[in-house]
Design a protein around this ligand. Structure first.
Ligand SMILES: *Cc1c(COP(=O)(O)O)cnc(C)c1O
Length: 225
């Protein structure tokens, strides 16, 4: 378990694991972006990561991010904030204004709302389409069978800048199967980026081609909630 009081050590250790996993499959570690998932953690916990030079952070709630990140971002201009949680269409304007990458485009209404806001705010944010690879009823994401039609609509109808696919595998299944499926779907649809892998399975995700891993507890320590 990571020690929450050692941001630099935790970063070094996670980057070391990413490097080994990448090396094992002849990938460059620099092709993997480590997103430090700071949800539930306050500015005091985040600042040491910024001071250590880390720039990519992930939050899963727009409102929580709005309370923390404008101040943190104003102190460091090159921060990239990734939205990794489900988005409501009435929060699309706030999300486009605050975030730099959206990982959770999961239905038509959201795709359209984001596309409209990007035009209105003149901000084009790279987007990932979330795929519900485990077909779990309670989980967000496009059904794998609908993914190709949805991706075509994102590009051709809504002009949404989709760069890749994202998934959260079912907890009780082998993550590798889901990572391999997502990679194959990306290849078939001409997408190059894959947002997959969390604290428990990011090394596996890197071996299966992840370009973005979303790591919270291995960096910040356990969450209270
Ligand atoms: C919380 C969260 C993570 C990070 O989870 P850890 O297990 O703490 O690494 C990654 N992705 C999403 C979508 C999350 O909500």
């Amino acid at each position: 378990m990571s020690d929450s009081s050692n941001p630099r050590e935790n970063l070094d250790s996670v980057f070391g694991q990413i490097a080994s996993a990448a090396r094992a499959v002849s990938r460059a570690a620099t092709d993997v972006t480590l997103i430090a998932v700071s949800k539930t953690h306050g500015a005091d916990s985040i600042t040491p990561f910024i001071a250590a030079g880390h720039r990519d952070f992930g939050e899963n709630r727009v409102q929580e991010a709005q309370a923390k990140w404008p101040a943190l971002k104003s102190g460091t201009v090159d921060l990239r904030l990734h939205l990794i949680g489900p988005l409501q269409s009435n929060k699309a304007a706030d999300a486009v204004a605050l975030f730099d990458v959206i990982h959770t485009v999961d239905r038509e209404k959201i795709a359209q709302a984001l596309a409209a806001e990007m035009v209105r705010q003149n901000r084009r944010l790279p987007c990932f389409v979330q795929v519900n690879t485990g077909r779990e009823p309670q989980k967000a994401g496009i059904d794998p069978g609908d993914a190709e039609v949805f991706l075509a609509a994102c590009r051709d109808q809504w002009n949404l800048p989709v760069v890749g696919l994202m998934c959260i595998p079912p907890v009780e299944e082998q993550a590798a199967i889901h990572f391999a499926f997502l990679k194959d779907l990306a290849r078939r649809t001409g997408l190059t980026q894959l947002s997959m892998g969390m604290s428990a399975d990011f090394e596996t995700a890197v071996r299966f081609g992840a370009t973005h891993v979303r790591v919270g507890s291995a960096l910040f320590g356990p969450r209270d909630i």
